[in-house]
Design a protein around this ligand. Structure first.
Ligand code: AHR
Length: 635
């Protein structure tokens, strides 16, 4: 028998308790959430024609060119310095073709918006034919543009796809002979999230929205740090006109890659403004993380000297102004000009990701002083290094505690067994010390980023077992997020991942449904659930936590059975006045290796049923390997 004292609130559950970690890894932004379908739209990749082909450049045995595309660089100082100069020699149908991000996913009957910038030398080119072609080169959508002037000019057109195709390409054919310059060739589905221009993929945002996340951490991860300081994520370069955001090689380009991704670049079309907007759209508190003047310690570990930290600190202060400043402030004006006059209500800022040692602490102190001096109410998230059992962890924790750090970011990528064995991890954390942000975690079926590292059911229910421990310790754990969030089926660098997508579809893994069960049932008040006075942290393979929701007047009990056999559990609600009806939601699967797939995306997904009981005791049969959410209405 498990006992719940409904009358005794231990602590309030933070609205931020269960949130999202977003990083542009695994093609999560460009090629994923960011709905742009053209890869290398502005010819700024390291090889400017990456993603583009010219099938009929050398057409005949006489080697007669029908045309050539040549990248032209204007100046180093420009943010978008390269454009494409197309010289068409004859009327034999010279074309350039963009391959998209592992193809382009188009849907029959859906509309697509094409835009490009062109300068037509002396009106040489009479018409530009734009076609979607399928994998057999059949035309499945077509429009055209008539470029009218010598000067750079934007043109746009809309067309409808006549066929569903996961591997479409965009073909641009030129009528006329002579030279035309092209840049910012862009193709978006018309149907983006909230129908925004420069928008996001609707199906992917929907999956996030459905989780009711408490916060959105962005833009990473290691991507924040960069392999070198010059490669760090600089938010100021990700705002303003999309065309002026300088493209950069992604930190996840090639390295750690199972399938090499040398074509992984960041367009920053999804930049800090869009991250704030997304946070607002999905009801999540924004949590940006910034470079602390240390490049990734797994790479160069380059350090900004202490006397050269000012630009990094200024970036943090200016970001707060960008998010919260009035329209009288420099950065507040930019936010307003971009379409959001109201502040984004930023409350948290992260200083560094997975950095460690005295170098980190030294830098953190300077950031803390500067941020608190100007914005005393902003809560600072500090790092604790890459792993809680790493050699740097204890040092970081001690130092940060002595500095009265507010929120410390812990990361753990461990075996499912570790997660089951660590459900009591926070039971003895000092309630008066810094709060904890479990900012990146995932159970790994095998270690390392490889195809055998699966989002299987054992990983997912082990995380659920661990999460009862996070919830039971809501006094000290204020924020938590699974990582990484998303991965493209054909272009990932890290496994496992919460959401998998290809160019047409997306599905939530079993881990996604575990996260969703917790975040949509987080309640408002933490209660205690005990057996013989002790919390359930794995005794008889059982784990439990309980919250109350004062708004819906419900008691919400989470139970996890990690045993291979069913177990009967009775919960004694100690005389509290309950209606005899409730709901029981079950997430379970018979095999440890089971997982969701594109073919069977909801194989492991929750089922909700009515639940009736008598008196003040609720009995539940927990299937083998199951996660149960029991909701009981208070009278
Ligand atoms: O989530 C993938 C990576 O894991 C993150 O970028 C980094 O913070 C961690 O090491």
């Amino acid at each position: 028998i498990l006992e719940v004292d409904v009358a005794k609130t231990i602590t309030k559950i933070q609205p931020t308790m269960f949130g999202l970690f977003f990083e542009d890894i695994n093609f999560a932004a460009d090629g994923g959430l960011y709905a742009e379908m053209i890869k290398n739209r502005s010819f700024e990749f390291e090889k400017p024609l990456m993603g583009w082909e010219q099938p009929n450049t050398k057409r005949s045995s006489l080697n007669m060119n029908s045309g050539t595309a040549t990248p032209i660089k204007v100046s180093e100082n420009e943010t978008n310095p390269i454009f494409c100069r197309v010289l068409v020699n004859d009327d034999k149908g010279y074309a350039i073709i963009n391959e998209g991000f592992r193809g382009m996913g188009v849907k029959k009957g859906a509309k697509y918006n094409l835009s490009l910038k062109a300068a037509n030398h002396n009106g040489a080119i009479k018409k530009i034919i734009i076609q979607l072609i399928d994998k057999d080169k059949k035309v499945i959508g077509e429009t055209s543009i008539v470029p009218t002037t010598n000067e750079w000019e934007y043109y746009s057109a809309q067309f409808t796809a006549t066929q569903t195709e996961a591997k479409a390409k965009l073909k641009i054919t030129f009528e006329g002979t002579g030279t035309i310059d092209l840049d910012m060739i862009s193709l978006f589905p018309d149907d983006t999230w909230k129908n925004r221009k420069n928008g996001l993929r609707k199906d992917l945002v929907q999956l996030l929205y459905d989780m009711k996340p408490g916060f959105l951490r962005f833009p990473g991860g290691c991507i924040v740090e960069g392999r070198t300081l010059a490669d760090r994520y600089q938010w100021k370069k990700s705002v303003g006109d999309v065309e002026d955001r300088r493209t950069m090689m992604n930190r996840w380009n090639v390295e750690f890659s199972h399938k090499q991704t040398p074509d992984y670049f960041q367009s920053f079309g999804l930049g800090f403004y869009e991250y704030f907007q997304l946070s607002e759209d999905i009801g999540a508190t924004p949590l940006p993380i910034l470079s602390c003047g240390m490049a990734c310690q797994y790479n160069t570990g380059e350090l900004a000297p202490m006397e050269e930290l000012d630009p990094y600190i200024k970036d943090a202060l200016d970001l707060i102004e960008f998010a919260n400043g009035s329209e009288e402030t420099t950065w507040g004006i930019l936010r307003s000009d971009m379409g959001h006059p109201k502040p984004f209500n930023l409350k948290y800022i992260g200083v560094g990701n997975e950095q460690w040692g005295p170098d980190y602490i030294e830098r953190y102190k300077v950031f803390e002083k500067a941020i608190k001096a100007k914005y005393p109410d902003i809560i600072i998230v500090s790092g604790s290094g890459p792993s809680p059992d790493g050699e740097h962890f204890d040092f970081a924790m001690q130092e940060l505690k002595s500095l009265n750090a507010e929120l410390i970011d812990e990361h753990y990528y461990k075996s499912p067994q570790w997660f089951r064995e660590n459900a009591a991890r926070y039971d003895n954390y000092d309630r008066k010390g810094p709060k904890i942000f479990a900012g990146e975690y995932a159970a790994q079926s095998v270690s390392g980023a490889n195809p055998n590292n699966r989002n299987n059911w054992e990983c997912a229910f082990s995380e659920a077992a661990f999460m009862t421990g996070l919830e039971r310790n809501a006094e000290v754990v204020n924020m938590t997020s699974y990582a990484p969030l998303m991965a493209h089926e054909e272009a990932w660098q890290w496994t496992p991942d919460m959401i998998w997508f290809n160019n047409l579809e997306a599905y939530g893994s079993a881990n996604y449904y575990v996260q969703k069960l917790f975040s949509t049932n987080k309640g408002t008040d933490l209660l205690a659930i005990t057996k013989e006075g002790k919390p359930l942290t794995g005794q008889n393979n059982l784990y439990a936590s309980v919250v109350k929701d004062v708004n819906t007047k419900e008691v919400i009990i989470k139970l996890v059975n990690t045993a291979a056999t069913p177990q009967e559990v009775t919960v004694d609600l100690k005389g509290s006045k309950l209606l005899s009806k409730g709901t029981i939601t079950t997430l379970s699967s018979p095999n440890l290796q089971d997982e969701n797939t594109f073919g069977d995306p909801k194989k492991i997904s929750p089922t909700e049923k009515k639940y009736n009981f008598k008196g003040d005791k609720a009995s539940v049969n927990l299937p083998a390997y199951s996660v149960i959410v029991l909701k009981l209405k208070l009278k």
